[in-house]
Structure formats: structure tokens, C-alpha cells
Design a protein around this ligand. Structure first.
Ligand code: F0G
Length: 465
């Protein structure tokens, strides 16, 4: 059959708020033109993130009911540990309340000022946790990965030449190197098995441990199965195991491919790493058999990790992203290609050639999508990544992207058709997208709380369209 259907039926529904254009205008103004400040009940389709926003299966809801809330050694912990070990093969496994808690403890136990941690691209919490220790987080994407429109299939690959250079120039200063699968910051792009194998060989030569940020490991396994020669006949579980066998440790946010609403873990082989991690975990997260989670959360993750590796689920998930990317590309709407695993990324600079980076085109697109159809997306451009110096001068981000993330198992085909229709409408009226100015901002992570004001367009801007 050509039609790839959602491999589930729906047993419980949740009403979607349907709003009028006037209501949306009022709500957005009240939220200071920042969609982070909107209330959920004012949003029709929420594509702000794929993190913790998925729908649980009947099996997960069932598992939740048998959650064992014993403080130490609960049966739910045992299910969790067995599942994570079965998939990853790691010796030591520690639950955490989410991915960034695993990152924080790893960074604070292994890094010091002056150290360097290479990665294909660090996610912002990973970077922040590394840099908080005084170490430096380096992104080493390949040139194809940096090119928004290159059709290379594995644009998440780490550049091995850059990696070797950084290692030889900084001997003794790299306690570990990371690889993020899929590469969220770079558009949800996958990393090939051969790239990870070559990375491992290089790191082994210099005796540097390899840590996988494995939030979307199952989506990455699907890309390998579909597109990397030699993997077509392997199961997603086999591919995941092969990938984890390369690593010395992993950090995980179970809010992604754990198909859970909360949770994460750290896993490793090294005894000393485990010992140091455990001590800090007890101090800040909880006893090592629950690590900041309820027993029921551990049960839910144990089931979710296996469901994420089901081929039919991944095939449907990738088909939804692919479907939207194809429809948008047909209309020449500028998006990052090929489509990533968990989101469609719009190129807001290409969308709004009449706006400069200082006009925050990403905010213009995000707000237009909300006003047009009640869709919430997120800017990944100069508001999120631009650097502001002490005098208030701004250096724009290298790219102006807008991410429409796909919550797992939440929306159906007609929801995506609706999103495509809204996007088409905004695209056709793109010259009306206004510049925005920041009227209030915090000194760091300003995108969450900034206040914006849409500005009238100048004649010159209108003419440029
Ligand atoms: N690593 C990657 C690649 C991520 O995408 C995230 C979260 C984390 C680590 C941190 O995990 O949220 O459980 O603490 N990404 C979310 C997003 C927030 O919207 O992309 P967390």
C-alpha cells in the first residue's frame, strides 16, 4: 500500500482549542508577541517542541498503574534498568529527571575550566552545562551539515578532520567527545553508523571516551536502516545496539525517544565515572534507583523505549515529517532539506528577504503562523542565538530558522494538512510579515521571556519585496 497510516487508533481524545483571528490577535498582544508567553488553551496546534509532548500508548498507561513507588530497589527500577541495558549494553545506569540533569552531573563530575568538549552540534542545555564548568563546547559539523540545502543524507555527521585537529592541538584537555543523534540543533539531521565508527576509531587512538547524546536514537536508527548501505535487513534494535556498543557513555532525555512525558538517564561502563555520578545524583536528584522520577515514570519509559524502536511507528513518524516537507518544498517554501527526524525547519531569512537579521525574521514568521492559524512554533535564530555585548550591540546568529516540531503520536494527517494550509497562506502574504523589536529582555536565555513589538514596515522594505 502507498498510504502509510498512523499505526494506532485513538481511544481517548483531547479537545483542541479553536480560536478566532481576533482572539489570537488579543492573546498574542497580551503575551507581548512572544509565543512562549501564550497559554496552552489559546493554541490549536502546538509544535513548540517534541519534548515530553507525546501521547502514551495503552501499554504505557497500563504500566503506569503498576508503578512501584518503593524508595529503593523498586520493581519499576528493575524494569527500567533491564530495558536500558538490553538496548544500550551499558554496565551502569542512572535515571535522572530529564536529559539536562544527566548532562549537568556528567559535566560537573568530569570537566574543569579550560577543557574542551567536541560534538557534531551541542544542544543548548548541553552547551550551557559544559560552559558552566568553565569548559568550552565546540561544534564540528561537516560542510554539508552546515549547508541548509545540501541533500547529503547524513548531515548530522561530525567532521573527522576538524575533530582530529582539535584533539592534536589540545592534548590532555578533552575529557570526552560527544555525538548527538539525531542532531537537533542542525535540523534533526542523522549521523551515519560509519561516521560514528570512524569517530570511535579516532578517539580510541587518542584515548578519549565517546559519549552519545542519544535523545533521538531510535529516529537515527531508522535513518540508518533506510539510507545507509548494509543496514536494510537489520532491525532498529540491532542498529541501536551496534551504535551504543561504540560508546563509553550516553546521556538521554526520555521525553523524546523514551515516548514519556518526563525522564532521562545517564549510562556508562567506567567504574570511576559511575561512582562520581552516583554521589552527585544522590545529592541533587535522588537515590540511584529512582533518580528524581516516580516509579510509574520508570515503568512508562521502559515500555516507551521499546515502542520507539518499532519499525511501523518510525516509518509512520518519518512519513509525517517527509509529507509536510514535500508539500512545502513543492511550493518553494524555503526549508532545511532533507527533512529531519522530528521537525521541519523553515529558513526565515529566505522566507522574509525584506527583513534583516536585526528585524528578527524568525519571530515574524512564528507570530504570523500563530495569528493565521493558532499554530505555535519556535524561533531558532538571532533572538535565541544572537550575542549581545556589554554595550547592547548584537551579533546576529549564523542562521534564522523556525522549528515546527512534531509531538509523537499526537496529531493526525488532517492536522498536518491544516498546518500546510496555514503555512501556505502565510507564505503567500509573506511581504506583510513585519519587523520586530525587543522591548524587554533578560541577560541570558532571553527568548523565553523577551517582550517584542511588531513595527510598521518602511517603504524601502516594502519595495524590496
Ligand atoms: N539533548 C538534545 C539533543 C535535546 O534536544 C534536548 C532537549 C536535550 C539534550 C535536553 O533534554 O529537555 O530532557 O532536559 N530538547 C528539547 C527540544 C527541549 O525542544 O528540542 P531535556
Amino acid at each position: 500500500m502507498r498510504t502509510i497510516i498512523e499505526p494506532f487508533r485513538i481511544k481517548m481524545t483531547e479537545a483542541l482549542p479553536i480560536t478566532t483571528p481576533q482572539q489570537r490577535e488579543e492573546k498574542l498582544a497580551a503575551a507581548q508577541h512572544n509565543v512562549f508567553l501564550l497559554n496552552a488553551q489559546d493554541i490549536t496546534i502546538d509544535m513548540l517542541t517534541d519534548s515530553g509532548t507525546g501521547a502514551m500508548s495503552a501499554k504505557q498507561w497500563g504500566a503506569l498503574m503498576v508503578g512501584d513507588e518503593s524508595y529503593a530497589g523498586s520493581t519499576s527500577w528493575q524494569h527500567f534498568e533491564q530495558t536500558v541495558r538490553d538496548i544500550t549494553g551499558f554496565t551502569h545506569i542512572f535515571p535522572t529527571h530529564q536529559g539536562r540533569a544527566a548532562e549537568r552531573i556528567l559535566a560537573s563530575t568530569r570537566l574543569k575550566a579550560g577543557d574542551i568538549v567536541p560534538n557534531n552540534s551541542h544542544f543548548d542545555t548541553t552547551r550551557a552545562n559544559i560552559e558552566y564548568t568553565g569548559a568550552k563546547a565546540e561544534d564540528l559539523l561537516t560542510s554539508e551539515g552546515e549547508d541548509l540545502y545540501s541533500m547529503h543524507r547524513f548531515k548530522g555527521n561530525i567532521d573527522l578532520e576538524k575533530l582530529e585537529r582539535i584533539i592534536t592541538e589540545n592534548k590532555g584537555r578533552i575529557p570526552f567527545a560527544m555525538i548527538t543523534v539525531t542532531n537537533n540543533s542542525g535540523g534533526g539531521q542523522p549521523v551515519s553508523m560509519s561516521n560514528m565508527k570512524a569517530m570511535k576509531a579516532l578517539l580510541t587512538k587518542y584515548n578519549i571516551p565517546m559519549v552519545i547524546d542519544c535523545c533521538r536514537f531510535a529516529e537515527n536508527a531508522y535513518f540508518i536502516k533506510e539510507y545507509e548501505p548494509g543496514y536494510q535487513d537489520k532491525s532498529l534494535m540491532d542498529i541501536a545496539r551496534e551504535m551504543f556498543a561504540l560508546a563509553d557513555a550516553a546521556t538521554m532525555s526520555a521525553k523524546k525517544d523514551g515516548l514519556a512525558n518526563i525522564g532521562g538517564f545517564f549510562a556508562c561502563h567506567n567504574e570511576q565515572w559511575a561512582e562520581d555520578f552516583r554521589n552527585l545524583l544522590i545529592l541533587t536528584e535522588g537515590f540511584p534507583t529512582y533518580g528524581g522520577l516516580a516509579g510509574r515514570d520508570l515503568e512508562v519509559i521502559a515500555v516507551g523505549l521499546r515502542e520507539a524502536l518499532e519499525y511501523d511507528y518510525q516509518r509512520y513518524r518519518h512519513a509525517t515529517v517527509e509529507y509536510m516537507a514535500t508539500r512545502l518544498s513543492e511550493q518553494k517554501i524555503p526549508i532545511v532539506l532533507p527533512a529531519g527526524g522530528h521537525a521541519v525547519f523553515l529558513d526565515a531569512a529566505g522566507f522574509c528577504p525584506h527583513l534583516s537579521a536585526a528585524d528578527y525574521p524568525g519571530i515574524g514568521v512564528v507570530n504570523s503562523l500563530y495569528l493565521e492559524g493558532g499554530i505555535r512554533s519556535v524561533e531558532l535564530g538571532s533572538v535565541m542565538f544572537g550575542r549581545v555585548d556589554a554595550k547592547g550591540n548584537e551579533t546576529p546568529a549564523p542562521r534564522e530558522l523556525v522549528r515546527l516540531a512534531f509531538p509523537r503520536r499526537v496529531y493526525t494527517q488532517s492536522h498536518f494538512d491544516y498546518v500546510i494550509e496555514v503555512l501556505t497562506q502565510v507564505w503567500q502574504q509573506r511581504e506583510q510579515i513585519p519587523p520586530h523589536r525587543i522591548t524587554k529582555q533578560a541577560p541570558f536565555l532571553r527568548h523565553f521571556t523577551a517582550h517584542f513589538a511588531p513595527m510598521a514596515q518602511s517603504k524601502a522594505q516594502k519595495k524590496a519585496v
